[in-house]
Ligand binder design. Structure first.
Ligand code: HEM
Ligand SMILES: *[C@@H]1O[C@H](CO)[C@@H](O)[C@H](O)[C@H]1NC(C)=O
Ligand SMILES: *[C@@H]1O[C@H](CO)[C@@H](O)[C@H](O)[C@H]1NC(C)=O
Ligand SMILES: *[C@@H]1O[C@H](CO)[C@@H](O)[C@H](O)[C@H]1NC(C)=O
Length: 487
């Protein structure tokens, strides 16, 4: 024999290794690596891996330690990919934002929006209609400083804050209800030029209905992934659907009234309601039906529930942090004295503003899941069209690698040289073409209300042994109660 046994083995090894290396190189070139994935069970796939955690995102973080920053999960019938890490998340939101701009087709979303989730600003897929809806909203949700719209909003927030302070002084009503009703009134005044008596029964019912729906859309359901479980939710979904119809009635009877017919298409729109009416009446392309326009209006009025729930959580953090309250008191007293806080003072009160960011960080509300609208890839790993994408911003907000003592409430982490600084990896409002439409409203309205409250009170609670739930903004109707003690 010419070849010894050893040489044969060696040649076989070299040939095999070369074949593998070429195959690997070709796969990489075509981006054909699939995201790794844990072993799965029949039917439920990987759903069981989510158990034992407060929020699924904590499970995502621990799985990423084992499977890498981009990994696949089969959640029931739904094929998912979880994306971790600032670089990968930016790739999905920004660089390849146009590949990942759809939203999941959960049956629950369909039912909450009259059988068609495309009616929803937040759960619809991307379309030219969605682009139009977003463009139309911008002027109202992102009012530019030193414009009339900004000064009008400033006055609305200040007058709302004065009534909040007066209402909380009596110590009788639920904080969440007071805050929700005043936030709702700020929103209806700002977007619809409509002011309400915040104690009037129809208005109170409308606010409560919104709050229940907000709670509902913020819940994760196993039935989103295992549709055969939906019958168990049928009764509840019907109930919530009934609430959406009551909101429609309220909007038509008390906000729109005769405005659709009486609006002159030639006129300049004066608020968001008129912008919508003008667009619908002018029949511009892409066409927006009056029905869809009403859904968009209802969604944006509903933003008040997000702000109100957020504020209550913020107070829940503050009641446990007397030192933070003292720092806010000192900042406001030093900078403004007895002059009332207003939203123009944001840059003058960086610590107060940082408190808001710190609460947003710790709540770590998820980025609304995306869906790949085409075959694509993240970090070189292949992602198939239709895959549901979870962007792990929980990790970006809570990772000990990114934050010093991340579990602690420390507003000063957002301050450098007496100015507010947001780290690049902090993405509580998502990013790219599906980013949050309401973040400026959150910042402005909650700053105004927090400022006014801190100027007048110290926030206490009978028992501060609670923990503030993370992973969602929504609180149940009956939740924290506080003592507002005059300073
Ligand atoms: C603290 C409160 C809030 C937080 C943490 C928050 C966060 C988010 C996040 C993470 C998204 C998904 C972004 C993405 O996919 O990249 C989102 C979407 C959205 N938010 Fe907010 N949000 C808040 C309040 C609000 C408010 C007050 C409004 C309305 C005025 C609002 C309106 C929207 C809309 C319309 C979308 C969907 C945008 C789209 O899909 O095109 N949000 N929000
Ligand atoms: C609310 O009640 C607490 C005690 O229950 C009291 O200390 C506080 O002064 C009250 N707040 C106001 C604004 O009256
Ligand atoms: C809250 O404090 C401000 C500033 O000290 C003061 O002008 C305002 O009257 C107080 N609000 C109420 C309702 O007492
Ligand atoms: C939304 O987009 C995804 C991905 O492109 C697609 O699979 C899904 O059918 C779309 N849903 C609707 C309701 O159009």
């Amino acid at each position: 024999m010419f070849f010894t046994q050893f040489t044969l083995y060696l040649i076989a090894f070299v040939v095999l290794a070369t074949v593998f290396a070429i195959a690997e190189a070709m796969r990489t070139r075509q981006g054909k690596y699939r995201p790794p994935s844990p072993l799965k069970l029949p039917i439920i796939g990987h759903l069981h891996l989510m158990s034992g955690y407060q929020v699924p995102y904590q499970a995502f973080t621990s799985l990423s330690k084992k499977f890498g920053s981009v990994f696949g999960l089969q959640l029931g019938y739904v094929k998912c990919v979880v994306i971790n890490g600032q670089k990968n998340i930016r790739e999905a939101l920004v660089t390849k934002g146009h590949h990942f701009d759809s939203r999941p087709n959960f049956e629950r979303y369909q039912q909450l929006f009259s059988g068609n989730k495309e009616n929803s600003l937040a759960f619809c897929n991307w379309s030219t209609t969605q682009k139009t809806r977003r463009d139309m909203l911008k002027a109202y949700t992102f009012p530019r400083a030193f414009t009339n719209r900004f000064y009008t909003l400033e006055e609305l927030v200040s007058s709302g804050t004065r009534s909040v302070v007066a209402a909380l002084s009596t110590n009788t009503t639920s904080t969440k209800s007071v805050i929700s009703r005043h936030c709702a009134n700020i929103f209806t005044r700002h977007f619809c030029s409509k002011s309400f008596d915040v104690d009037e029964a129809t208005f109170v019912e409308m606010v409560d209905n919104y709050d229940e729906i907000f709670y509902e859309v913020n819940q994760g359901y196993a039935a989103d992934f295992l549709p055969f479980l939906l019958p168990f939710h049928e009764k509840n979904l019907k109930r919530v659907n009934g609430l959406t119809h009551k909101i429609r009635d309220f909007v038509l009877d008390h906000i729109i009234e005769g405005r659709f017919d009486s609006f002159d298409v030639q006129a300049e729109p004066d608020d968001y309601v008129e912008s919508l009416i003008k667009y619908v009446k002018s029949g511009e392309s892409p066409q927006l039906s009056w029905d869809s326009a009403l859904f968009a209006l209802e969604d944006i009025i509903g933003g008040h529930s997000a702000v109100a729930n957020f504020l209550v959580k913020l107070f829940a953090f503050l009641a446990k942090e007397p030192q933070v309250q003292e720092n806010i008191h000192k900042e406001i007293d030093r900078v403004l004295g007895t002059k009332e806080v207003s939203i123009s003072h944001r840059t003058l009160l960086p610590y107060t503003e940082a408190t808001i960011f710190e609460a947003i960080r710790l709540i770590a509300s998820p980025i609304v899941p995306r869906v790949a609208n085409r075959d694509s890839s993240i970090n070189g790993l292949e992602i198939e069209k239709g895959t549901v994408i979870f962007l792990n911003n929980y990790d970006l907000s809570m990772s000990p690698q990114l934050w010093d003592e991340p579990e602690k409430f420390k507003p000063e982490r957002f301050i450098r040289e007496e100015r507010l600084v947001k780290p690049e990896h902090f993405l509580p409002f998502g990013g790219g073409r599906r980013s949050c439409m309401g973040y400026k409203m959150v910042q402005l309205v909650s700053f105004g209300i927090l400022g006014g409250i801190m100027q007048n009170f110290t926030i206490g609670a009978d028992d501060t042994s609670y923990t503030v739930p993370v992973g969602s903004l929504a609180l149940p109707k009956d939740t924290f109660t506080f003592k507002f003690v005059r300073r």
